[in-house]
Write a protein that binds this ligand. Structure first.
Ligand code: ADP
Ligand code: MG
Length: 271
């Protein structure tokens, strides 16, 4: 965690470490046909630079709404959102965002899909392609630059969407259930791959899932959300050593962390 300004043992006043992401007292409601729906209530979360932080909560608890607010796509009713110390309310582009329904454009090739973010931010298409091409291999897309999304497997489509987000070149990535639609085997392969990528890129990742095992395997820290209106009802540090591989899920400490998280999700942490 980022620490407040303070004095170290040698007597030198240390500078405050800026949190990569800080959300404080954030609330959001929507006017729906059935009336007013309270989606998020006084949510406060933070992520330090380079940290892998996961939000877990039941379907409909406001996870995607939270990400839409942090990314600046929608504004909160109340509360603060800071990205690297900057007010991020209503400001898109401070973080790389992969929304839950991040569809690739079916009429664009893989290469033209992954450069979309760069083109939108003003880069010439040819230069953007030059930059993207060498990264296709690392994302398991070598040889597919001219393929259309329909020809790709589910895992490849998700990796293409992730590459598009990474090529936006932000220090912070917001990933909303990126593996939610994948089968169990592909998902497992993607976990190892994402951890390797995170280790190499050194980015801060804020990740959404409703899968307890995925949360424990990937994260440094997990926030637990209640059912709607979404509130933070618990926080759990995951002190498992890295690098982590799938086999770690068989260990006693992993199973205990999973058990703790499940208990928190059932509301035990609210007590
Ligand atoms: P989650 O991602 O946790 O499944 P969401 O953030 O998608 O949850 O949704 C939380 C609640 O907010 C739901 O009840 C949903 O219907 C409502 N909601 C989300 N976005 C909108 C919107 N743009 N307009 C009206 N209601 C919305
Ligand atoms: Mg969602």
């Amino acid at each position: 965690m980022a620490t407040a300004a303070g004095r170290c043992g040698c007597g030198i006043v240390t500078q405050p470490v800026k949190e990569a992401i800080a959300v404080r007292g954030m609330s959001k409601g929507f006017r729906e046909r059935s009336g007013w729906v309270e989606a998020l209530r006084e949510v406060s979360i933070a992520a330090a630079g380079g940290e892998f932080v996961t939000i877990i909560g039941p379907s409909g608890c406001g996870k995607s709404t939270l990400f839409n607010i942090i990314s600046g796509v929608i504004a909160p009713d109340e509360g603060e959102v800071l990205i690297q110390g900057q007010d991020a309310r209503g400001r898109v582009g401070l973080a790389g965002y992969m929304p839950q329904k991040d569809l690739l454009l079916p009429w664009r090739t893989v290469l033209d899909n992954v450069v979309l973010g760069m083109e939108v931010s003003g880069m010439k298409a040819a230069a953007a392609r030059e930059q993207a091409r060498p990264m296709l291999g690392e994302f398991g897309l070598a040889g597919f630059e001219g393929a259309y999304p329909a020809a790709l497997s589910g895992g490849m489509r998700q990796r293409a969407a992730l590459l598009r987000t990474v090529l936006f070149h932000r220090d912070i990535l917001l990933l909303d259930e990126p593996f939610g639609a994948l089968d169990a085997l592909t998902r497992r392969a993607m976990h190892e791959w994402l951890l390797g990528l995170w280790g190499r890129l050194g980015k801060t990742i804020l990740f959404v899932t409703h899968d307890v095992e995925e949360a424990v395997l990937l994260s440094d820290r997990v926030y637990v959300m209640s059912a709607r209106p979404g509130r933070i009802i618990g926080e759990l540090a995951i002190p498992l050593p890295r690098p982590r591989h799938a086999e770690i899920a068989l260990g006693g400490e992993f199973v205990e962390l999973k058990r703790l998280l499940l208990g928190m999700l059932r509301g035990e942490a609210a007590a």
